[in-house]
Design a protein around this ligand. Structure first.
Ligand code: FAD
Length: 573
């Protein structure tokens, strides 16, 4: 594709010729001050010039021209760095328009200290990833770490040019939603093709599938899987599912923040570590659209980015990460702890960290069970969000998870209604989220309201809502319902193995000792260590532990602390 000739009088962007550089992804920078613009481009070129094409412009319009030109050439843009204070079109306005051309490019704003308020607002308006304060030197400390993180995020998104998995399915098929969710949560890049659209039909035909059984998954090397199970899918898209050894120093059960924390610290400190996860690493945190209270991320971080990095970190240190393996038993065989899987196989270890978290409760109202996965979803907002474009969405729950989901879904939906049983959000939701919700006109909050029923043929069409104070009911049109309604630990499989409280949470450390008495059957002279359960060498970390804080940071911290106690236990073994 030829490069278009400059046509306008405004300063033209510097788009390097495609020859030789073709195929390299671009980093685009815009600043109206020519000196600053050149300096940013120079610094970017110094570090990224070999791998990336650096494109600079001196106005928002010129930068948009450059983006359109890159688009026409079929080039990829990974990062866009915009100055905030520019005449005619400020940085936020520019980024908003740039998103129309390259929605997947990561976005950062360059601001003066006085403009940080605007930059913070931009986090919501244009889903800004970072803002950088001027001056950005030394670039090694201020600019490069930010651009490195943006590139890493972009690379791990489904915009990167890698061979991809294709999923052909129906948007109202429950299994199609589950497969998409599974791939997304395991950070497997995929593209979605609705089976009732021409490209989806072409793929089905090419795969020789009749489309009666959906989804059909086509792996990057062209293998066709019809309605695959999670383990089948995992093994075909390159996720490890079987342990490489029979004995480990540490088995971590559960791949949420607590389990990932334990795996990172365990493996980095030389323990032979395996992490076993029943579905996808990330746990509840992986379903969070933006975690704003995790230390070190002043602009928030999406849960899948945070946990995706943690998973890579665990693997880098040598931890084995197994997915789609459900642990159903824990046995004590002398000093070995045996962890049994649902297929009957088992692995042994010196120590175990239980990090199985909690799972959302299901709502028991007529019609909901039938429509789950077909318009009704529990605790997931990320994968379905694009399907909500221009439609009416309901979110049930009064805690932060519901608030985050509502803010996220509001980007695409026509309206978002939060249904809360109580009289207000104040008691259960953080102030910052309430403010965000109040700032979005399309989000409504209905207090004293619960879901009394749902109906629809192929998918959700109507909800019956009940006023909890009067009992009056009302039927409303609704295509999407997301529920975030309290969670319970799934620890029945630990019955008889470790002590739990009346709600099923695992007791550990001081919670096991009453009036100086050790828990029944405790075989040692010392009391249990802080996170140790009623079985020596078996520890509990994160949300599954009784009295835990139910926060990402505390789960990660407990995972790390459990490893410190594992070492103490192993020293005395
Ligand atoms: C939508 C949402 C938004 C949130 N936002 C925030 C926030 O902004 N800030 C914050 O601090 N906290 C937030 N939280 C809470 C936070 O995510 C949790 O406190 C945290 O994830 C707990 O981590 P965990 O590792 O203990 O458990 P989990 O995250 O629950 O992970 C447990 C993992 O164990 C696996 N597992 C369970 N049983 C088994 C088994 N038998 N075999 C194998 N694997 C098993 C599960 O599949 C799961 O992946 C949010 C939660 C949700 C749902």
């Amino acid at each position: 594709m030829p490069v278009t000739a400059p046509t306008a009088t405004r300063p033209m962007p510097t788009v390097p010729a495609a020859s030789g550089a073709a195929g390299r992804t671009a980093i685009v920078t815009v600043d109206d001050d020519p000196g600053v613009s050149r300096a940013v481009a120079r610094d970017l070129r110094r570090r990224y010039g070999e791998q990336h094409r650096i494109v600079r412009a001196e106005s928002g319009e010129a930068a948009l021209d450059a983006l359109r030109e890159l688009k026409l050439r079929g080039d990829l843009v990974a990062v866009i760095l915009a100055d905030y204070r520019m005449p005619e079109m400020n940085g936020i306005e520019f980024l908003e328009r740039a998103m129309d051309v390259y929605p997947g490019a990561r976005r950062a704003l360059l601001t003066a200290y006085a403009d940080t308020g605007a930059a913070i607002d931009a986090i919501n308006v244009v889903d800004l990833d970072y803002y950088l304060l001027k001056p950005w030197d030394p670039a090694e400390e201020k600019l490069y770490p930010v651009v490195d993180a943006l590139l890493e995020t972009w690379l791990s998104s489904d915009h990167k040019p890698v061979p991809e998995t294709k999923v052909v399915g129906h948007r109202w098929s429950a299994r199609s939603s589950e497969v998409r969710e599974f791939l997304a949560r395991n950070q497997v890049p995929y593209r979605w093709f609705p089976s009732d659209e021409p490209e989806g039909q072409r793929l089905l035909e090419a795969a020789g599938a009749d489309g009666l059984k959906l989804p059909v998954v086509i792996t990057p090397d062209g293998e066709t899987l019809i309605e695959p199970s999670d383990p089948e899918l995992a093994s075909r898209v390159g996720l490890a599912t079987t342990p490489s050894a029979g004995f480990y120093d540490l088995v971590v059960i559960g791949g949420g923040p607590a389990g990932l924390g334990a795996a990172v610290y365990g493996a980095s400190e030389g323990l032979r570590t395996v992490l076993v996860e029943r579905t996808a690493t990330g746990g509840q945190a992986g379903q969070s659209s933006r975690i704003e209270n995790y230390l070190g991320f002043p602009d928030g971080v999406s849960g899948d980015q945070l946990t995706g990095r943690a998973r890579r970190q665990a693997a880098k240190f040598g931890a084995e990460v197994l997915t789609t393996r459900d642990v159903v038993g824990l046995e004590i065989n002398g000093s070995a702890r045996t962890v049994r899987f649902s297929d009957g196989t088992a692995i042994d270890a010196h120590t175990v960290v239980l990090a199985t978290g909690v799972a959302y409760r299901k709502l028991d109202a007529p019609g909901l069970a039938d429509l789950t996965g077909r318009g009704v979803y529990y605790g997931s907002a990320l994968t379905g969000a694009t399907g909500c474009t221009g439609q009416d969405v309901y979110v049930v729950g009064g805690a932060n998870s519901a608030g985050q989901a509502a803010v996220y879904l509001a980007k695409a939906a026509r309206s978002v209604t939060i249904l809360v049983r109580g009289p207000s959000l104040e008691k259960s939701m953080s102030y910052y989220l309430i403010q965000q919700i109040e700032g979005k006109a399309i989000i409504n909050v209905r207090t004293c309201t619960e879901v009394a029923g749902a109906s629809g043929d192929d998918h959700l069409e109507q909800l019956t809502l009940r006023d909890t104070s009067t009992g009056a009911t009302q039927t409303v049109d609704a295509q999407w319902l997301y529920m975030f309604i309290g969670a319970a630990p799934l620890t029945d499989w630990l019955d008889g193995a470790v002590m739990r409280d009346e709600r099923g949470f695992v007791l550990a450390g001081p919670d096991l000792v009453h009036d100086g008495h050790m828990p029944g059957g405790w075989p040692l002279d010392r009391p249990p260590y802080h996170l140790e359960t009623s079985v020596p060498g078996v520890f509990a970390a994160g949300d599954v532990r009784a009295e835990s804080a139910k926060r990402v940071a505390s789960a990660v911290g407990e995972g790390a602390m459990a490893v410190m106690l594992v070492h103490r236990y192993l020293e005395k073994l």
